[in-house]
Write a protein that binds this ligand. Structure first.
Ligand code: MN
Length: 381
């Protein structure tokens, strides 16, 4: 297939290298990635059957096609278009209803200042990191329940990394009409290495393990393969995808700080209609912060804007706590089968816990279900 190849409008050039793996647990790979010379995109889909795959691949292909190569706003508009196309497809096809995806992207653009810049955008919890020897900096912020709780001081990074509800997103593409797209302009520096990845990487490897591999400064192919292999070896509970973008051409830079202040919380549909300034910033937060774990559980089911991308959940079966395997036919809608009945009565739980269990608690796996039940029991006593 011949695509018209756009000439980059900037003096920035990337070298892109990527690797992906289905992992050891999942049946299909619902991550997707792609690149053109001035843009790379990575997405992590959710939704039963084909849904996650379709959503992620639409996110990548639409963003690559629609990016007009102009500006940070152009990148945000391409992501917003991808959102609309995924949502339309989801509403038109019963089998795909409720599908969604994360997205993260990095492009070369002409910045607000008129100088060439890197543009980064994200929705969900796929990440963009910048690597310099001895240093790994997460550029993006995760739009997930646990990330919100970390920002609120409710959880530590370590607790968040192991939390059974870490797979709950607060934003995703394909779910609502106007998701907020976070976007940043960064200064391009020759030799910079950026890492885009799905949560299958950082849920298996912590930042220092990732850094240790990056610090070997091997060629990008060896590095992406090593990162993916390590994540699979460490458990491979999820699909894992890693994309490296090396900045191989960059303008001689003006003296300026490395990052510009992040431009956050732009409403995708109206973003940049009036330029970058003066737009209201929106950010959704769980309503029950500050009341500990059961507050967290309650927040999940206050739940507008929380997207479960797991097909397991803890719920109630004939009065007992049970773990179900479900086919998510839509966000938080399941067609479940009982996988494990615990013999623990829901009457042994406190009332808010009981309500939460009756409403079902999404988890990423059978193991996480067991872990969550243990936590429920411990906090009940
Ligand atoms: Mn994932």
């Amino acid at each position: 297939m011949n695509k018209p190849r756009r000439r980059s409008r900037t003096s920035i050039e990337f070298a892109h290298t990527a690797a992906t793996h289905v992992g050891r647990v999942r049946q299909s790979n619902q991550d997707a990635y792609g690149s053109i010379p001035d843009l790379c995109v990575l997405a992590d889909g959710m939704g039963g059957h084909r849904g996650g795959e379709v959503a992620a691949s639409l996110a990548v292909s639409t963003t690559l096609e629609r990016f007009d190569g102009s500006s940070l706003g152009g990148l945000v508009r391409a992501v917003a278009t991808a959102n609309r196309i995924i949502l339309e497809r989801s509403l038109a096809d019963e089998d795909l209803r409720g599908m969604g995806t994360t997205i993260c992207a990095m492009a070369a653009v002409v910045g607000e200042s008129g100088f060439d810049r890197l543009a980064v955008a994200n929705v969900g919890d796929s990440r963009v990191y910048r690597h310099a020897t001895g240093e790994l900096t997460q550029v993006t912020e995760d739009h997930s329940l646990v990330a919100d709780l970390v920002r609120a001081g409710e959880l530590t990074h370590e607790e968040a990394a192991r939390h059974p509800q870490r797979n709950i997103l607060t934003r995703a593409l394909g779910i609502e009409e106007d998701p907020i797209v976070d976007a940043w302009e960064l200064l391009p520096l020759l030799g910079d290495r950026y890492l885009l990845c799905s949560d299958g990487l950082f849920n298996e490897l912590n930042d220092s393990e990732i850094l240790e591999i990056l610090d070997r400064n091997e060629d990008s192919m060896a590095t992406v393969n090593k990162l993916v292999d390590r994540a699979v070896d460490a458990g491979g509970h999820d699909n894992v995808t890693v994309l490296i973008a090396d900045v191989v051409e960059a303008p001689k830079v003006e003296k300026e700080a490395w990052t510009l202040p992040p431009v956050r919380g732009e409403q995708a549909s109206s973003a940049f209609a009036s330029g970058l300034a003066g737009l209201t910033s929106f950010s959704w937060r769980p309503i029950a912060l500050g009341v500990g774990f059961m507050g967290l559980v309650a927040a999940i089911f206050a739940g507008i804007g929380l997207y479960a991308r797991s097909s397991w959940h803890v719920g109630e079966h004939n009065g007992d706590i049970a773990i179900f395997k479900g086919r998510p036919s839509g966000v938080l809608w399941f067609d479940p089968t009982v996988e494990e009945i615990t013999g623990i009565s829901i009457l042994d739980l406190s009332e808010p816990q009981r309500n939460a269990v009756v409403d079902v608690l999404p988890v990423g796996s059978l193991e996480e279900g067991r872990e969550l039940i243990e936590r429920l029991q411990n906090s009940a006593n």
